[in-house]
Design a protein around this ligand. Structure first.
Ligand code: CO8
Length: 259
């Protein structure tokens, strides 16, 4: 499928790479881009050859947030009745395979929210995150007030959302928003390296790990631990568990068949 606002490719036949591509608008997220992103992610999720995805932008901007020009004239009735700025924003949450955000440059507003919807964020040293919607007379609308405090705690989330200031990669990593920081020219190598590594593990275990960690944000501790235990038990029914443990015992590299 041909896309206008994103570029799509595969790496090593296993990693689906999606690059946001509205350079003149710093990858501002309009409806059409979000529709394309949703379609591309669903296609990779359904493709048995793909084990992991990487979502990235340009060196200057991961994404400068939702498209302000497109939103400027919307009324409450427009946005409440229609799905103008909600459609396909939640698609990424339905994706079962891991999605790594490789973030360089600006990631304010919806850009930060999109990165937070990914499973983890690897940041270039020039990355900048924030929720500056307050400056536009609105608040975050794609989970920023919910996922940011879960990632960085209440104090920093309040600071960012109420002042609209941006935080750099170092502060974001220290606060727990970002899993690793790398020099800008190493960003894609690092993200693709992590993605390829994930692809080679048992996909059953990978899906279970993602599902179980996400459960931690939706349940109490006892329920979450029980959910984890049931998935842990279930993985003993897989050929990959036999392969992984036999390989360890016999000091060889495991060859997972994703079964
Ligand atoms: N929307 C539309 N156009 C944008 C956006 C944007 N978010 N950001 C930048 N652009 C455009 C600029 O208008 C400019 O266009 P032009 O060249 O035609 O004038 C071009 O991109 C380059 O931008 P700048 O000249 O401003 O570049 P700078 O390097 O000087 O600054 C910044 C970069 C700091 C990123 C700056 O562009 C900026 O502050 N952008 C806006 C950031 C922002 O406020 N984002 C939040 C938007 S609101 C939001 O995301 C809510 C999400 C809710 C989703 C709800 C779904 C359910």
């Amino acid at each position: 499928m041909a896309y206008e606002f994103i570029q799509v490719r595969t790496e090593g036949g296993k990693v689906g790479v999606i690059t946001l591509n509205r350079p003149k608008q710093l990858n501002a997220l309009n409806n059409e881009l979000m529709d394309e992103l949703g379609a591309a992610m669903k296609a990779f999720d359904a493709d048995a050859a793909i084990g992991c995805m990487v979502l990235t932008g340009s060196e200057k901007a991961f994404a400068a947030g939702a498209d302000i020009g497109a939103m400027a004239s919307y009324t409450f009735a427009d946005v409440y009745k229609g799905d103008y700025i909600t459609r396909n924003w939640e698609t990424i949450r339905t994706i079962r395979k891991p999605v790594i955000a490789a973030v360089s440059g600006f990631a304010p507003g919806g850009g930060c929210e999109l990165a937070m919807m990914c499973d983890f964020i690897i940041a270039a040293d020039n990355a900048k995150f924030g929720q500056p919607e307050i400056k536009l007379g609105i608040i975050p609308g794609a989970g920023g007030t919910q996922r940011l405090p879960r990632a960085v705690g209440k104090a920093k989330a309040m600071d960012l959302a109420l002042t609209g200031r941006m935080m750099d990669a170092t502060e974001a990593e220290r606060a727990g928003l970002v899993s690793r920081i790398v020099p800008l020219d190493k960003l894609m190598d690092e993200a693709l390296g992590a993605a390829l590594m994930i692809c080679d593990y048992s996909q059953l275990a990978v899906l279970a790990a993602k599902e179980s960690i996400n459960r931690a944000f939706e349940s109490g501790l006892a329920d979450g631990v029980m959910f984890e235990r049931r998935l842990f038990h279930a993985l003993f029914a897989t050929a990959d568990q036999k392969e992984g443990m036999d390989a360890f015992v016999n000091k060889r590299k495991a060859q997972f068949k994703h079964q």
